[in-house]
Design a protein around this ligand. Structure first.
Ligand SMILES: Cc1cc2nc3c(=O)[nH]c(=O)nc-3n(C[C@H](O)[C@H](O)[C@H](O)COP(=O)(O)OP(=O)(O)OC[C@H]3O[C@@H](n4cnc5c(N)ncnc54)[C@H](O)[C@@H]3O)c2cc1C
Length: 393
């Protein structure tokens, strides 16, 4: 007889595991399945750190981040350890009246003032005096002291351990090839095995288009392969780097699109040689894909590595050399917003993470739980609707 679960969750990344964690005490049986392993390197949740902040240009995201921070805190109490490190975040560079996928300095300042989020304003001189960052005289900065880094791998481990401790199942190396909606949801795995569940959550990250299509949704979605790297730095500088985003105005078509980010030294490499993580926050056209297949052997374009190195060695003091590079996917929507919605009575989805969802994990998990249980949502989710006009093809 086919086994029947209360909830099946497709995807063992941030969204799948945070929703399993949220649901763990509310239903009898959850099955989380992943085609690889949880938090695998082909999906978007790999690596040890992600930034969290309330410094958003869009008040909706700033408010959601505030709620998320309250929920992170209660998860940390249960865990008995920190899942976030609050070392602050610097937004610095130029403001030219346009929004990037991370927002802009001016609009973020306005939102923080409205939301009463504490922040400091800094001149270019003050920035360079405080951190080993070179600036142009016209640059400006905002520093949000309560922001910082989420310990992403530790959070995934915590949600996984808690889910299993509560008697639920996590199966890895099982690929779901079909999700069929009816009175129950029938899931078929690649090996032909079928299972039933009352409710289903699709949390397939960059593979979401496959399931959206299967269920009749044609929406805009692009996969951006994002470059980040570890750099070695002079030992005496190691502890002096902040967490930052740098914004620079560039012409459309310029191979350097001017948006970069970096982490302080977090001691997060196994064979730690004093490395800091720095990334590019745009993708060149050749790294923007319609369909995602990690088996496609994508090479990191040499000119993109040179662009990153050029920024790093021009604007950051004390960097010695690039020692490790990675590509990791953002699932982008045209408005850089998420999809968190019901596709049918029994099937809910989180998708279109747009490279910024980890900090929202507790609100994503809790809202998916409430969709599954037909409970009132934490807040209005219409900006994340799968049917919003900006996603229409
Ligand atoms: C380089 C980079 C930097 C980022 N920085 C930040 C940051 O600073 N702050 C922040 O808040 N966010 C950040 N993000 C975004 C954040 O990491 C993602 O939003 C989040 O990890 C997305 O999680 P997910 O669960 O939606 O997707 P994923 O982690 O990709 O999980 C989807 C899972 O579904 C599984 N799956 C897919 N199809 C199937 C199938 N058919 N059968 C079984 N399993 C399947 C996959 O194997 C995968 O494990 C960053 C992302 C990247 C890539």
């Amino acid at each position: 007889m086919t086994k029947k679960y209360d909830v099946i969750i497709v995807g063992g990344g941030m969204a799948g595991l945070s929703s399993a964690f949220a649901l763990r005490n509310s239903v009898d049986s959850i099955l989380v399945c992943d085609q690889y392993v949880v938090g695998n390197a082909f999906g978007s949740s790999s690596g040890s750190t992600r930034m969290f902040r309330e410094m958003y240009s869009n008040p909706y995201y700033s408010r959601a981040a505030k709620i998320s921070n309250v929920l992170w805190e209660s998860q940390e109490q249960l865990y008995g350890k920190r899942l976030r490190v609050p070392h602050g975040l610097l937004f610095y560079g130029e403001d030219w009246g346009e929004e990037t996928i991370e927002g802009s300095i001016c609009a973020a300042k306005q939102v923080m003032q409205e939301q009463l989020t504490p922040f400091e304003e800094l001149t270019a001189k003050e920035i360079s005096a405080r951190w080993p960052l070179r600036t142009k005289p016209s640059w400006q900065g905002l520093f949000e002291p309560a922001a910082g880094a989420v310990l992403a791998r530790e959070a995934l481990n915590f949600w996984e351990t808690e889910t299993v401790r509560c008697g639920h199942e996590i199966r890895t190396k099982v690929k779901v090839i079909s999700v069929c909606d009816g009175t129950d949801v029938e899931i078929t795995f690649e090996n032909g095995v079928k299972v039933l569940s009352k409710r289903c959550i699709l949390a397939a990250g960059p593979w979401s288009r496959y399931f959206l299509k299967l269920l009749g949704y044609q929406v805009q979605l692009q996969i951006w392969q994002m470059l980040w790297a570890y750099y070695s730095v002079e030992t005496n500088r190691l502890e002096s780097y902040p967490q930052w985003f740098c914004f620079q105005e560039k012409l459309k078509g310029d191979p350097d699109q001017g948006l970069y980010y970096g982490f302080p030294y977090m001691g997060d490499r196994k064979s730690d040689r004093g490395l800091i993580k720095i990334g590019i926050d745009w993708a060149p056209e050749k790294l923007k894909l319609q369909d995602y297949s990690p088996l496609t052997n994508i090479k990191i374009p040499r000119e993109l590595l040179e662009t990153l190195d050029n920024f790093v060695f021009t604007y950051i003091d004390g960097v010695k050399s690039r020692v490790e590079t990675h590509l990791c996917p953002y699932t982008m929507s045209p408005d850089a917003g998420f999809v968190l919605d019901r596709l049918s009575n029994n099937i809910s989805i989180f998708s279109h993470d747009s490279g910024q969802a980890f900090k929202f994990a507790p609100v994503i998990g809790e809202n998916l739980k409430r969709l599954v249980l037909d409970e009132p949502l934490l807040f209005d989710l219409s900006p994340w609707s799968v049917n919003r006009s900006s996603l229409l093809i």
